[in-house]
Design a protein around this ligand. Structure first.
Ligand SMILES: [Fe+2]
Ligand SMILES: [Fe+2]
Length: 274
């Protein structure tokens, strides 16, 4: 039997018909490939479900983490749940269709390069990735509003029942840190929508956007939790880097206007192991 691979992709943004077509064409290789989907599948629950169900029918295992877009409450979605309730609703949908989430036991990849514990993370951001020239969240937000580069999350991503998005982030980080510490010395693949370290945001075209991109609280997680690789998206800047000797893969597809610059028919899926 052909061995499978551990594959990853993110930012499928399937509300765009061209991206939906790419998802329709996504197929595993000859072996039992796993697919890690690192968030921003879409905004409406029905779109997210369509994409994950389509992928689940083809891949041996599908693991999803939420991006900020899944956590939006757009007016045109019949599902008007907000914040934590919306996240839980998406987790329940994933359970129904057999997709793993950050709320499930961490699966262990036993294929080539394994064993590694695959850790889907939902951590959000807390406005600590400050753009140059600012030293507090308030200054960073003021700068963003002045220059008109403000994360749409400010309008559409409700943190209920938490008072703020950063409070939600801190709660998720604390809970996840406990769970990861209990794993012991196993090797991991960490999967998060946002980069776990600040460095990849330094190449953003608009540094004002960095506050919506992660948290300093996870700066050493790739080392503390023995990551063989870290998978993320959100920046729409696909690339491979190494920090502290650990491979970081930004695996986003992005919007059609972005991927078209890289060629006519993108193959957005990246091999992480195998
Ligand atoms: Fe995205
Ligand atoms: Fe995103």
């Amino acid at each position: 039997m052909t061995a499978g691979r551990l594959l990853a992709v993110s930012d499928l943004h399937v509300a765009h018909p061209e991206n939906r077509e790419i998802v329709r064409r996504l197929r595993p290789g000859p072996g039992p490939d796993w697919l890690l989907v690192a968030g921003d599948v879409g905004e409406r629950v029905a779109d997210v479900e369509w994409a994950l169900r389509t992928l689940r029918e083809r891949f041996a295992v599908v693991v999803w983490v939420p991006g900020n877009h899944e956590l939006w409450t757009p007016r045109n979605d019949p599902v008007q749940l907000r914040g934590e309730q919306r996240y839980r609703y998406l987790v329940e949908m994933c359970r129904r269709i057999g997709v793993l989430t950050p709320e499930d036991p961490y699966p262990v990849w036993e294929g080539e390069g394994g064993p590694v514990t695959v850790v889907p993370l939902f951590l959000l951001y807390d406005y600590t990735f400050l753009p140059p020239g600012t030293s507090t969240k308030e200054e960073a937000l003021a700068y963003a509003y002045q220059t008109g580069v403000v994360g749409t999350d400010e309008v559409l991503l409700h943190p209920d029942p938490y008072p703020t998005r950063d409070a939600w982030c801190r709660a998720r980080v604390a809970e996840t840190e406990r769970r990861l510490s209990a794993l012991g010395q196993v090797r991991t693949v960490l999967v998060n929508h946002f980069p776990l370290v600040r460095e990849p945001t330094r190449i953003l075209r608009y540094p004002q956007f960095a506050p919506w991109c992660g948290t300093e609280l996870t700066a050493d997680w790739h080392l503390r939790f023995n990551a063989a690789a870290v998978v993320y998206g959100h920046l729409h800047i696909p690339r491979t880097d190494r920090y502290g000797g650990v491979r970081f893969e930004e695996v986003s597809l992005g919007y059609p206007r972005e991927w078209r610059r890289r060629g006519p028919a993108p193959d957005p899926v990246r091999t992480i192991l195998g």
